[in-house]
Design a protein around this ligand. Structure first.
Ligand SMILES: Nc1ncnc2c1ncn2[C@@H]1O[C@H](COP(=O)(O)OP(=O)(O)OP(=O)(O)O)[C@@H](O)[C@H]1O
Ligand SMILES: [Mg+2]
Length: 191
């Protein structure tokens, strides 16, 4: 593919945004394994982990959330400039902060909106946080007591209430392939 030969080997940032429980971490783990095969150097910046080190001490006010996102974007940019495939999984609820990261990173920013209705995320309640958010035990919870601004034009929009995680991951890989970031796979390599 025309694009493929142009971008292959270049670093990029794959940015998963969406509500808690929408499926960002689940999809990113599958994509990470595939990228190790088809790309090489991969780093993951997952919101939960980042908040225990790089962003330790930050809370959930708009200012702190934005600081968290801009820090993640800063590190992602350093890595991607050095040819790394960077996977970010962070709620990143504010459009302005996401767009600022997009401007920093430029064309190698691939935004994936991991979308599931609030009721579905709350029903999954993977971490038991929605229960606490609805009861008021925790405040400023995205989608419940804090805003989530949907991406207007993400590179990919995935509805995780309509398909299985592997299918979602497959579509992410297909998008990266279409954008030309992945080494072409010969049919017999897949066997
Ligand atoms: N297509 C899908 N893609 C991803 N996850 C899915 C899908 N279908 C169902 N799920 C389920 O949804 C849940 C998603 O949880 P996950 O921890 O990945 O969310 P998250 O977006 O990373 O949330 P948080 O922001 O709290 O870290 C998992 O239990 C997963 O099995
Ligand atoms: Mg997660």
């Amino acid at each position: 593919m025309e694009n493929g030969s142009r971008r292959y080997g270049r670093g990029f940032t794959l940015w998963f945004t969406g509500l808690s429980g929408a499926g960002k971490t689940t999809i990113s783990e599958i994509v990470e394994r595939e990228l190790r095969e088809r790309f090489g150097k991969v780093e993951v910046l997952d919101g939960d982990i980042v908040r225990t080190n790089l962003s330790k001490g930050l809370g959930f006010s708009r200012e702190d959330r934005d600081t968290n996102i801009l820090r993640i974007g800063f590190v992602a940019d350093l890595l991607r400039r050095n040819g790394v495939a960077v996977i970010v999984s962070a709620i990143s609820p504010y459009k302005e902060a996401r767009d600022e990261v997009r401007r920093t990173i430029g064309e190698d920013f691939v935004e994936v909106y991991v979308d599931a209705p609030l009721e579905v995320c709350a029903d999954r309640d993977v971490k038991g946080l929605y229960k606490k958010a609805f009861s008021g035990e925790i405040a400023q919870f995205t989608g419940v007591s804090d805003p989530y601004e949907e991406p207007a034009a993400p590179e990919l929009h995935i509805k995780t209430d309509e398909e299985e995680p592997h299918e979602s991951a497959r579509r992410v890989i297909a998008k990266l392939d279409e954008l030309g970031y992945l080494r072409p796979v010969r049919e017999f390599d897949r066997a």
